[in-house]
Design a protein. Structure first.
Length: 103
């Protein structure tokens, strides 16, 4: 579980998400990049809302900027909507549907 105030640093080809807590920063983008192409569940929790995403995590290039998508939904939209807020973020790998049905 990761927690802190969500900040953004824009590079030439991607959006770099950081969590700041107690004068320390954690690159959420690096954590996400390590999970690319994996089946994951991502939970974003603020004091006002809980968002859950499940599926394959991919990067898609849009207008020259790489954006994260999970299960066909834009993870970037959820992250951008929470900029400047204290969030808790959990990332777990999940088994594919096929794996869960086999004996």
């Amino acid at each position: 579980m990761y927690s802190g105030v969500l900040k953004l640093s824009e590079t030439t080809s991607s959006l770099e998400y950081m969590l700041l807590k107690n004068n320390e920063s954690t690159s959420i983008s690096q954590v996400l990049n390590n999970k690319l192409m994996d089946n994951v569940r991502i939970i974003i929790c603020t004091k006002d809302e809980l968002s859950v995403f499940e599926g394959g995590l991919v990067l898609v290039r849009e207008n020259g900027i790489f954006k994260y998508y999970i299960g066909g939904e834009s993870l970037d939209d959820a992250l951008l909507n929470n900029l400047g807020k204290f969030i808790e973020l959990a990332i777990t790998e999940i088994e594919g549907e096929e794996d869960g049905k086999q004996n």
